[in-house]
Ligand binder design. Structure first.
Ligand code: MG
Length: 155
């Protein structure tokens, strides 16, 4: 078994879509980034790459590469899952915590879990997505952060 951890944060700005775990969430602001800035998927990809000791997403999907401008992070995740499979590993489980003062994410958690379970082609019971605030401290509404841990099992 291999364990991996990932962390990411993106700034909230006007005029951008808010996409978390592939779910588009209606909100007055969205996350700024070179890709769709899906901070939760970025943390998850880093956790998988970390478990495999392959580096980080900046190495595989550099924001200096125009190819990834506006990229759908779920498609990048599919590439990382492919790397995981090529190394002979399958997902044991994933646990993601999204840190956001706003908006309320509870109504979208199931959709996020379904999106990830589809990407891994695994049971939804292996995918946990949680949301918390920082009580107005920390990011204080200017951004959204995400932490991810994964356990990978050798086939
Ligand atoms: Mg990122």
């Amino acid at each position: 078994m291999r364990i991996g951890f990932g962390y990411d944060v993106h700034r909230l700005v006007e005029g951008r879509r808010l996409v978390l775990c592939g779910a588009e969430i209606p909100y007055e602001r969205g996350l700024l980034g070179h890709s769709d800035a899906d901070v939760a998927v970025h943390a998850l990809m880093d956790a998988i790459l970390g478990a495999l000791a392959l580096g980080d997403i900046g190495k595989f999907f550099p924001d200096s590469d125009g190819k990834y401008k506006g990229a759908d992070s779920m498609k990048l995740l599919a590439q990382v899952i492919e790397m995981m499979l090529e190394k002979g590993f399958a997902l044991g489980n994933a646990d993601i915590t999204i840190v956001a003062e706003k908006p309320k994410l509870a109504p979208y958690i199931t959709q996020m879990r379904e999106n990830l379970a589809r990407a891994f082609d695994c049971d939804i019971a292996k995918i946990s997505v949680k949301a918390t605030t920082e009580e107005g401290l920390g990011l204080a509404g200017d951004g959204i952060g995400a932490y991810a841990t994964v356990l990978l099992e050798k086939n």
